[in-house]
Design a binder for this molecule. Structure first.
Ligand code: DSN
Length: 418
């Protein structure tokens, strides 16, 4: 990207940004929660909207001068509603964690119970990990997979836990689970115990928007919350969607003034731009290709003896047991792949016997490479790079793989960077 001012006013930071551009351009991004936004989204993010305070909501702000902001936020809301079939949208959450926390406070009282996915089985920190503050406010109980070979959730056990623990919220959603959830079964459990059914779709929002994953609203969920920057390919941020007016009001209040101050309006505008892009027919093609790419990569990895948790994927991500596949923990594989320009992250696997800092697994996914236009053939090539690097004999092998990674990367430009 061209920077007209930064290179002169702050050469140090400008230089570091250019360095990061180069890293992105010459490497392969497999972190399944990352993506490359369009130049249009990037422009909205760096606009003068940064200069304005807009506490409140469209038509009901605390400061003057918000007539333009009202139009921008109203448009973002309308597009979000259209994209996900919602009746109400809050687009002010600064990120996924604030969206989660605001939703808990909107739907439950301190001390209430929330039933979420076990963290080592794919759940997320904000679904009640003991290190989070929110786990001190609410009581989290867990459900798990029945088998890591199929990934099927143990819905019978989940129902028993729900009946015994009486949760206020049944939380569907994950950050490291490669299969489709049975929202209908979860909705039924929530109904049986009088809980709200909430889906955290941060990872798969783009897949849902593009019709490549099931929409929890189609199975009667009450609330859907998400980040906007993962497979949805928007700016860093969060959003919360619901149908019902009263629930919508509670959520709005929980976001502001309950949990946040003023919205970051350049991000709200960038969300509107990204939602507009996701409403176009080509986004459907993109979303379907993300899944096709993940399936192709998963198959190639498994063909080469890599042990994938649940033996494959239905979505954009894969979780591999690095210890079983390569005889090394996930962190070692992450490091060796960094050397060849492939970026992914070490990750816990189900019932991991190792620690969060040095887990057994690696997590990888296809949204970013798919944005660059790569298809199944390239996914098989990338799978081969991963396996070769993980099993490499020494530096010479790694150097050769690095050159091949660079070559592939440069053939598929990063939007906005080239
Ligand atoms: N950091 C995001 C992820 O990688 O899943 C969510 O916390």
């Amino acid at each position: 990207m061209d920077y007209r001012f930064l290179d002169k006013t702050d050469p140090l930071i400008h230089g570091l940004i250019k360095e990061e551009e180069e890293r992105q351009r010459t490497g392969l991004e497999l972190i399944c929660s990352e993506n490359y936004v369009s130049p249009a989204v990037m422009e909205a993010m760096s606009s003068v909207l940064n200069n304005k305070y807009s506490e409140g909501y469209p038509g009901a702000r605390y400061y003057g001068g918000n007539e333009v902001m009202d139009k921008i936020e109203a448009e973002a809301i309308e597009r979000a509603k259209q994209l996900f079939g919602a009746g109400h949208a809050n687009v002010q959450s600064h990120a996924g964690a604030p969206a989660n926390i605001a939703t808990y406070f909107a739907l439950a009282e301190p001390g209430d119970t929330i039933l979420g996915m076990d963290l080592s089985h794919g759940g997320h920190l904000t679904h009640g990990h003991p290190v989070t503050h929110v786990a001190k406010v609410f009581r989290f109980v867990r459900y798990k997979m029945k088998s890591i070979e199929t990934g099927e959730i143990d819905y019978d056990a989940m129902r028993q836990v729900a009946k015994a623990e009486n949760p206020k919220i049944v939380l569907a959603g994950f950050s490291a689970y490669p299969r489709e959830l049975n929202y209908k079964a979860m909705r039924a459990i929530a109904t049986e115990v009088g809980a709200y059914a909430v889906a955290d779709v941060a990872h798969i929002a783009g897949l849902i928007a593009g019709g490549a994953a099931r929409n929890p609203f189609d199975d009667g969920f009450d609330v859907m919350l998400s980040t906007t920057h993962k497979s949805l390919r928007g700016p860093r941020g969060g959003m919360i969607l619901t149908h019902e007016r009263e629930l919508g009001k509670k959520i709005d209040k929980a976001v502001f003034p309950g949990f946040q101050g003023g919205p970051i309006m350049q991000m709200v505008a960038a969300k509107a731009v990204a939602f507009g892009e996701a409403l176009k027919p080509e986004f459907k093609t993109y979303a379907l290709q993300i899944v096709a790419n993940a399936k192709a990569m998963a198959q190639r990895l498994m063909d080469q003896g890599v042990k994938l948790i649940t033996n494959g994927t239905d979505n954009h991500l894969m979780l591999a047991d690095a210890v079983k596949s390569f005889g090394k923990p996930g962190g070692d594989i992450q490091n060796v792949l960094d050397e060849v320009g492939i970026t992914l992250n070490k990750n816990m696997i189900a019932d991991d016997l190792r620690s969060a800092m040095s887990p057994s697994g690696i997590r990888l996914g296809t949204p970013a490479l798919t944005t660059r236009g790569m298809k199944e053939a390239e996914m098989r090539q990338v799978a081969d790079f991963i396996v070769r690097a993980a099993r490499a004999g020494g530096n010479e092998d790694l150097k050769k793989i690095r050159a091949e990674v660079m070559d592939l990367s440069l053939r598929f430009p990063v939007p906005g960077i080239g």
